[in-house]
Design a protein around this ligand. Structure first.
Ligand SMILES: *[C@@H]1O[C@H](CO)[C@@H](O)[C@H](O)[C@H]1NC(C)=O
Ligand SMILES: *[C@@H]1O[C@H](CO)[C@@H](O)[C@H](O)[C@H]1NC(C)=O
Ligand SMILES: *[C@@H]1O[C@H](CO)[C@@H](O)[C@H](O)[C@H]1NC(C)=O
Ligand SMILES: *[C@@H]1O[C@H](CO)[C@@H](O)[C@H](O)[C@H]1NC(C)=O
Ligand SMILES: *[C@@H]1O[C@H](CO)[C@@H](O)[C@H](O)[C@H]1NC(C)=O
Ligand SMILES: *[C@@H]1O[C@H](CO)[C@@H](O)[C@H](O)[C@H]1NC(C)=O
Ligand SMILES: *[C@@H]1O[C@H](CO)[C@@H](O)[C@H](O)[C@H]1NC(C)=O
Length: 260
């Protein structure tokens, strides 16, 4: 018994980097999108909030994860109205394909009405899922980020909009533009954001090998991919978040982030 633990435990500890690769257990970082043309297209899950982050951030609550989203100027949907189709992802955690938890939109600095602007005029948005099934319970938050066009233009994705959407969020963390075209799997960044008395310190590492570097089978690939740049560049931004300041009142009650 002791011998087994001695040899097995270090192996698992070393293998855990704040999330489990869905592909190692039948899942995928490519979502299933309903009603695409041609059928069966996917969107990339291109940003992961590490399960090694402070537990405040990993709670799917308004004081927790949604306050971190607010610190990045993202909030729930305009008046809780769901726009667009529901995508599904299998994170390899034993739950199989699961509907997105919610769609979260860039709020243009206005937590209350800004996501209505995003719905109409387009902009950055993401869907998310939590890897919390019993066979890979990392608690990590998996996000499929893309920058979309306006409602009038049918909410298509802008040119290079998956890679750019991911990097705009990282840019919002660091406070300066991320060089999307020169990123590699050794790119790292860090920055600090705050909301409602919480200050978050985020460390970002770009990883390859989790997503394919491809345009094949990617939703809207005809318009998203451009010369020499695949619709999906094959990189995932892994973000580890630590809380460096908590409000002395210990709570943030007034943020209704419409997580429904
Ligand atoms: C998933 O979303 C679809 C709508 O896109 C809905 O019909 C279905 O009931 C949802 N499944 C669950 C388990 O909520
Ligand atoms: C996993 O996270 C989702 C989204 O917050 C939640 O609805 C679900 O209840 C969680 N499942 C478990 C097993 O904790
Ligand atoms: C912050 O996000 C917005 C919306 O996605 C984007 O327009 C802006 O360029 C981002 N800032 C940086 C520095 O990347
Ligand atoms: C980084 O990418 C290079 C090629 O682009 C590859 O050879 C290398 O294995 C990758 N490293 C990691 C840690 O994924
Ligand atoms: C706690 O304080 C922060 C500012 O430090 C404020 O934004 C928040 O609304 C307060 N929460 C409560 C429950 O009073
Ligand atoms: C993705 O593939 C293209 C060639 O198709 C290559 O130029 C680019 O460097 C690759 N991106 C990454 C991040 O490896
Ligand atoms: C888009 O994906 C389809 C597969 O669904 C593929 O046949 C097509 O070549 C791709 N288009 C581009 C521009 O990569």
């Amino acid at each position: 018994m002791f011998l087994v633990l001695f040899f097995v435990l270090p192996f698992f500890c070393a293998a855990f980097d704040g999330f489990f690769d869905p592909a190692s257990n039948g899942g995928s970082l490519l979502t299933s999108v309903p009603d695409t043309f041609p059928p069966g297209q996917h969107e990339p899950v291109n940003l992961i909030i590490s399960g090694d982050s402070d537990s405040d951030v990993l709670q799917d609550t308004s004081e927790g994860l949604h306050n971190y989203f607010l610190s990045l100027s993202f909030s729930g949907e305009c008046f809780g109205q769901h726009q667009g189709n529901r995508q599904q992802a299998d994170l390899g955690d034993g739950k199989g394909l699961v509907n997105e938890t919610a769609v979260i939109r860039y709020n243009y600095g206005d937590p209350t009405l800004g996501t209505c602007t995003e719905s109409q005029q387009g902009g950055n948005h993401f869907r998310y899922w939590i890897q919390n099934g019993s066979s890979a319970d990392s608690g990590a938050v998996f996000m499929a980020v893309s920058y979309e066009k306006s409602e009038a233009e049918g909410h298509d994705i802008v040119v290079n909009g998956y890679n750019l959407g991911r990097d705009y969020i990282i840019g919002n963390i660091t406070g300066s533009a991320i060089p999307t075209l020169s990123l590699t799997n050794s790119s790292t960044f860090s920055g600090s954001t705050s909301s409602s008395g919480f200050t978050y310190s985020s460390t970002v590492t770009y990883l390859s090998g989790l997503l394919p570097n491809t345009s094949e089978g990617i939703n809207h690939n005809l318009t998203v991919s451009v010369d020499n740049i695949n619709a999906v560049d094959g990189l995932v931004a892994l973000v580890e978040v630590k809380v460096t300041t908590r409000p002395s009142n210990g709570s943030t009650s007034n943020n209704d982030n419409g997580n429904s």
